[in-house]
Every structure is written in structure tokens, then in C-alpha cells.
Design a protein around this ligand. Structure first.
Ligand code: ADP
Ligand code: GLC
Length: 500
């Protein structure tokens, strides 16, 4: 490979294995949510298992990292631009490949303005995939497995089957597609097909057609194997309630669909070594949480008197959208200030929810704090300072914040869906495996009920402490998940008979 991939690290006794990922975000270069955390954490974990890993993503505005390793013109449906490729090392020998095409990626935001995607998003993400595959094809890296993430990279399997079907380097490359969130489907007008170099005969029910339009997500589902980010979500998306219209297609591919729980980056999220915390702490000694709680209260201009310090601090860090249960919270907005707790929220999202939280904070300045914005440092501090973390999601493919909360001793109160179901175990007195509080019905009352159960136990220091410690000791590291991905890669390679 021209550069990314670096020194080859071979797994003992086997051929070198290469995976070339394509995604629209990867930490630390570009992040709006959990997708970026996954693309920042999984590649190094795979590299530690002996895989050569490259992650291609757009070089958005403000990304200065990386060294130019190649540039050449790339064409998508008659639109040709000179594209630059910047290699930036990730941990443990993995690499990021930043795809530079300023006209498409040097914009104020990644995807669009307010709730409206940029009108040329089909071209922007088709270009990402084409440029990445062209780079791979030119690198002469021999066969790599291509692992595409979410709709933005969904065209990869289809381009490999059509434009590159007979390519000497990447023709027949095995493909894996990961669904991080089925609700985002990349649906566009069919008139885009020729502008994406795709033939009209793909405009069928077995192709990209989706209710009279085309879906990039559906293109991705055409991969050899499909994964999603928790075992429970893998089941849920085959039902009408969670399938967003894709349940039939996914049921047909049930044998090729596997749920692999995300991990968390335990170097970035470790209360014993977190540069954003005033004091380190761990499961044996949680005293450092007190300083963090004071700092959070100060950051929100909330009182930090003895009474407030004694009261549990309940937190949320989230995109403020219906998926995350903000409509549920809105339905009990005026009951929340009456619970025996202080509440802090950090997030951005729908204007109506941002306004509601700003209003609540103004009305209850000693009980509720709201911060609208994206703030990595504050997110870490909140996880450390919080006693309880709320995730009342309508659906949650995996969710990372509940895992950060477990590790930081902020007891999660969650709805039992998707990855929340798979990572948080409801409190049963005396059960040492309990880690949090789980409710099921999507209602304000059910949420309040779970929160009240948590607040009641907070008043009993011994079982509370045991609950915190059980969560802090849970292993949610990437190493475990990466081994599951390796199994999938090996299966995909075997099914295509393409070995490195
Ligand atoms: P999703 O990807 O659906 O938003 P996840 O729980 O998988 O949900 O991941 C969200 C990630 O984004 C976490 O790392 C979380 O800390 C981070 N995050 C979300 N909102 C903010 C914010 N306002 N400020 C800082 N980090 C945030
Ligand atoms: C999506 C999902 C979230 C998941 C993340 C990373 O954003 O909403 O649940 O954790 O992807 O896979």
C-alpha cells in the first residue's frame, strides 16, 4: 500500500490481513457522535490483533492532520476533481486516510445546515467511496477486505460489484457493511443514478430502489456480510417497530447479519487517567468524584453548597432528538425539577428541545443546568461528576455514553433497547451483577419510576457503592469486540475465496 498500512504486522502463522474501512467520521479528526468513536477505537484494536487497518474519511474543514501521500483526479458521473490523500497515523499502527476535495468537504458542517442535508450529498459521499476505492486500487495492496460504515459509505459494495467487478486488484474484494443507525438511510432522487455512474437496472426492488427513490443504506446492505452495533439491535431491526421499513430486507439476510457490541476506548475514557478531571479516581477509591461534581456544578453556575452536594447529580450528554428520548423528557419537563436531584444536560439538536432546556434552566436555576453545544472536555467532566446518567432512548443501536458512565461510576438509568439492553443490568437487590436501572415502556411515568428507584437507592450508601463498583469493573474494551469483527472478516474472506 502506498503508505497507509505502514509496516506490515503479521498475525502469527497466518497471511497478512488487511481491512480498508470507509466512513464519514473518525475520532479524533471528525466527530458528531458515536460513529466517530467507533472509527477511532476499532482500527487500533484490530491492528493490535495483527491486522493492517486503514480508515478513509473526508478531510473536512479545520482538519490539518496528515501528510500528503498521493493525489490524482477522481471522476463521479462526469464530475472530476483533483483529490488529495493525506495519511495520518492512528494508535497501534492503524492509519487514517483523509480524502481531500475542498469543494465537497471544506464546509461549515459535515452533512448540512439545520436538519437539511446538502443537496449534493449523494455526490459528496459517492466521491468519498470512489476516491477511497481508487486509492486502494492504485496502492497495489493485494486483496483487502472493504468494511463500509453507514449510508455515507453504502455505495462501496455496489461499486465493487459493478465498476470494479473485474479490477485486477480490488475486483471481488469481500465486503462488510456496518449499520450504526438504521434511521439514517441516505435516500435520494433516482435521477442521481447516472450522476453516480450507476446503471438504471439497479433501480429495482432487489437493487437500490426504496419507495420510488434510491437508498445508499440499501446499497450497503448488499455487502457479503452485515453487522450492527449490538446483538439486541440486530434482532430489533428485523421487526416493524425498529426496522424503519428495512425489516423485510434484513430478515431475508438474517443469516448474514450479526450484532457486535461496540467497545469503548479505555485510554480516552479512564477516570484514573483523564486529563479533563480535577482528580483521578478508580473503582477502589471514588473520592475523586466529589471534586468533579463540584466542578460540574460550577461549570453550570449551580450552587455547590452542602445540600446540593448531598443531592444526586443526574446528567445527560446527548444529541437532542427524539431517538434519545427528548420527547419523553419533554412530557415530564415540569415534574423533573421536583425530583430530589440536580439535573445537568449537555447537547445540541432540535431547536424545540434546546429551547425547552434553556427555559427549564432559567426557571429552576438551582436545580437544572443546560448547556447547548458540543464540548468534549465538559462531557468527560460530567461523566465523572454525575451520580446518575440518563439515557431514555426510543431506540439505541448501541450507545456509548452508558458505557462511559459505567466506567466513571455514574449509574445509568436507561430504557432497555438495543445496546442499552445489552450493557446495563437492572438493579435487583443482592445481585452483584446489577449495574443500573432499566425501564421498558416508552412513557414519562416509566422513566420517572426508574429514576425514583435510582434516587431511593442513592440514599443507601452500601448497595449504591456496590452498584457503582460493578459497573466500573465491567469489561467494555474494544479488544473483545475486535475479536468478533475478526471472525466476521474471516467469514467474509472465506465466502469470497479471497485470501490476502
Ligand atoms: P449517537 O452516536 O447516537 O449520538 P452514542 O452514545 O453512540 O450516540 O455516542 C455519542 C458520542 O458523542 C459520545 O462520545 C458522547 O460523549 C458524544 N457527545 C454527544 N453529544 C455531545 C456534546 N454535546 N458534547 C460532547 N460530546 C457529545
Ligand atoms: C449511532 C447510534 C449509536 C451508536 C453509534 C456508534 O450513532 O445512534 O447508538 O453507539 O452509532 O455505533
Amino acid at each position: 500500500m502506498a503508505k497507509p498500512g505502514g509496516a506490515r504486522r503479521e498475525a502469527p502463522g497466518s497471511e497478512p490481513r488487511r481491512v480498508f474501512m470507509i466512513a464519514s467520521e473518525a475520532a479524533p479528526f471528525a466527530k458528531t457522535g458515536g460513529l466517530a468513536d467507533v472509527l477511532g477505537g476499532l482500527p487500533p484494536a484490530l491492528a493490535r490483533l495483527g491486522w493492517e487497518v486503514t480508515v478513509a474519511l473526508p478531510r473536512y474543514r479545520g482538519v490539518a492532520a496528515g501528510a500528503l501521500v498521493d493525489h490524482f483526479p477522481v471522476e463521479v458521473g462526469g464530475y472530476t476533481r483533483e483529490v488529495g490523500f493525506f495519511d495520518a497515523p492512528l494508535a497501534d499502527g492503524a492509519h487514517a486516510l483523509l480524502v481531500d476535495c475542498p469543494e465537497l468537504y471544506d464546509r461549515e458542517t459535515f452533512y448540512g445546515v439545520a436538519d437539511t442535508g446538502y443537496p449534493d450529498n449523494p455526490r459528496r459521499f459517492a466521491m468519498l467511496v470512489r476516491a477511497a476505492l481508487e486509492f486502494l486500487a492504485r496502492s497495489g495492496a493485494g486483496s483487502s477486505l472493504v468494511h463500509a460504515h453507514d449510508w455515507q459509505a453504502g455505495l462501496a459494495p455496489v461499486y465493487l460489484k459493478t465498476l470494479y467487478a473485474t479490477h485486477p486488484v480490488i475486483g471481488g474484494a469481500p465486503t462488510v457493511f456496518t449499520i450504526h443507525n438504521l434511521a439514517y438511510q441516505g435516500v435520494f432522487e433516482p435521477a442521481w443514478l447516472p450522476r453516480l455512474d450507476l446503471p438504471w437496472d439497479l433501480f429495482t426492488i432487489d437493487g437500490l430502489e426504496y419507495w420510488g427513490r434510491i437508498s445508499f443504506l440499501k446499497a450497503g446492505i448488499d455487502a457479503n456480510l452485515i453487522t450492527t452495533v449490538s446483538p439486541k439491535y440486530a434482532e430489533e431491526i428485523q421487526t416493524p417497530e425498529f426496522g424503519c421499513g428495512f425489516e423485510g430486507i434484513l430478515r431475508r439476510r438474517a443469516g448474514d447479519l450479526v450484532g457486535i457490541l461496540n467497545g469503548i476506548d479505555t485510554t480516552q475514557w479512564d477516570p484514573a487517567h483523564d486529563r479533563f478531571l480535577p482528580e483521578p479516581y478508580d473503582a477502589d477509591d471514588l473520592s475523586g468524584k466529589v471534586a468533579a461534581k463540584k466542578a460540574v456544578l460550577a461549570a453550570y453556575d449551580l450552587p455547590a453548597d452542602d445540600q446540593t452536594m448531598a443531592r444526586p447529580l443526574v446528567a445527560m450528554i446527548s444529541r437532542m432528538i427524539d431517538q434519545k428520548g427528548f420527547d419523553l423528557l419533554a412530557s415530564i419537563a415540569y415534574e423533573l425539577p421536583r425530583v430530589e436531584a440536580t439535573l445537568v444536560v449537555l447537547g445540541t439538536g432540535d431547536a424545540r428541545y434546546q429551547d425547552l432546556w434553556k427555559r427549564l434552566a432559567a426557571l429552576y436555576p438551582s436545580r437544572i443546568g443546560a448547556r447547548i453545544g458540543f464540548n468534549e472536555a465538559l462531557a468527560h467532566l460530567i461523566e465523572a461528576g454525575a451520580d446518575i446518567f440518563l439515557m431514555p432512548s426510543r431506540f439505541e443501536p448501541c450507545g456509548l455514553n452508558q458505557m462511559y458512565s459505567l466506567r466513571y461510576g455514574a449509574v445509568p438509568v436507561v430504557r432497555g433497547v438495543g445496546g442499552l439492553n445489552d450493557t446495563v443490568r437492572d438493579y435487583v437487590p443482592g445481585d452483584p451483577k446489577s449495574t443500573g436501572f432499566v425501564f421498558h415502556e416508552y412513557s414519562g411515568d416509566a422513566l420517572l419510576g426508574a429514576l425514583q428507584r435510582a434516587l431511593a437507592l442513592y440514599g443507601e450508601p452500601l448497595p449504591w457503592r456496590a452498584l457503582q463498583a460493578a459497573g466500573m469493573r465491567q469489561d467494555n474494551s474494544w479488544d473483545r469486540s475486535a475479536r468478533e469483527y475478526v471472525k466476521i472478516y474471516e467469514r467474509a474472506i472465506k465466502s469470497r475465496g479471497a485470501v490476502g
